[in-house]
Ligand binder design. Structure first.
Ligand code: HEC
Length: 134
């Protein structure tokens, strides 16, 4: 037996308290981060990121008619309409961009961008996509 009983109990209690505190902190941070990042999102910055990664499929005006996009079935979403198959809240659009459409049962050609594009840039993309609605 490596530790006397009381020491073990203390270690266990400390561990549980630490994990609980960590879980609580993460929960609070992930909520406030998301809404703050959404509120601070910069559509002009989003446009720059869009032109690098998204324009070949989604097209210059977001109609899904980019050179690659117009060859795809299902086609990329037409952002000028502003209807979203996988949810239209900022958080849902952010999640689709981050995790890919396949994570919600859609096309794997709409790739997960979470590992490629930094988080704030993905919020900026959400803001830019909203400006494309006509
Ligand atoms: C290789 C082509 C391709 C590229 C590049 C691409 N997409 Fe898509 N995107 C698609 C396709 C195809 C769909 C439709 C998926 C479906 O209906 O299952 C889609 C759908 C979407 C949707 C709509 C999801 C919904 O709920 O309707 C969003 C938002 C989106 N893409 C954002 C982006 C952003 C932002 C980028 C750049 C970071 C990007 N896409 C890059 C092909 C692409």
């Amino acid at each position: 037996m490596p530790y006397p009983r009381t020491a073990r109990t203390t270690i266990t209690a400390t561990l549980i308290a630490t994990l609980a505190a960590l879980g609580f902190t993460l929960a609070v941070f992930s909520n406030s981060d998301a809404s703050a990042a959404d509120a601070d999102a910069d559509a002009a910055k989003g446009q720059q990121v869009y032109q690098i990664y998204c324009i070949t499929c989604h097209g210059a005006t977001g109609k899904g008619d980019g050179p690659v996009g117009k060859t795809l079935t299902p086609p990329p979403r037409d952002f000028s309409v502003g209807d979203f198959k996988f949810g239209g809240t900022s958080q849902e659009i952010f999640d689709t961009i981050s995790n890919g459409a396949a994570s919600k049962g859609g096309s794997p050609l709409m790739a997960p961008w979470g590992a490629v594009i930094p988080e704030q840039d993905r919020w900026d993309l959400v803001a830019y996509i909203r400006t494309l609605k006509q």
